[in-house]
Design a protein around this ligand. Sequence first.
Ligand SMILES: [Zn+2]
Length: 263
Amino acid sequence: MTKSKAAEPTIFGASIFHPDEWQARLELAACYRIFAMLGWTEMIFNHISLRLPDSVSDGTLQFLINPFGLHYSEVCASNLLRIDASGKVIDASRYKPNPAGMVLHQAIHQGIQQAHCVMHTHTTAGVAVASVAQGIEQHNFYGAQLFERIAYHDFEGITLHPEEGERLLKNIGDRQAVVLRNHGLLSWGVSIPQAFAILWTMQRACEIQYATASLGQPIPVSDEVARQCAAEALQIDPSFGAGRDMFDALCRQVDRIDDSYKI
Ligand SMILES: [Zn+2]
């Protein structure tokens, strides 16, 4: 994404945020605006969270998340909340986090070292496919790329209870594409672009599966072909940027529409 410090908040000319934190805030706020642009929003609900680098957190777990009550189109770099390992807001803010969903994000950031970014959506296609027994099938271009890469977690109600975290982590294992049954989609990644690339692939798989189901039975894709597709899914592959180019293109698109997230 385009780096900009022009609108960074200052007190008497000094930056409020560590430079690495400000860059993390800019990228995460841009991601919220991308979700809004794509229609991956659920009123004021759902979350995208980002672990802060050790240079900011001194090696402790700290992550950024959206303030509860704002639409994704209202999230900006400075109003993101910084949360500690116990789930408390670190800096003074007029906003609070939404406890529902925080359980999911906190558990994954704590339990999976590589989970720097966690994303969760309730899109219609995502919830629909999460609500059928077969889950995401391999019988379309996008579903095939996720073959043997998807974890499933059974529905336990609204995710408010910390004890669900252990079961969630056990079900996720090391898989970065997660279907929360009867609930929605979730992805995690080493970076925002990687988590985004995975979630986008899941979203497209669900949309196509949902559309195909209205037409009839899909033409089956064999395990062999699906496995090859998954191995060659470049948008997820770290050696091909792990989604960085795609994410940066969307940041530029957001910037052309409304770059007010940079404050
Ligand atoms: Zn949810």
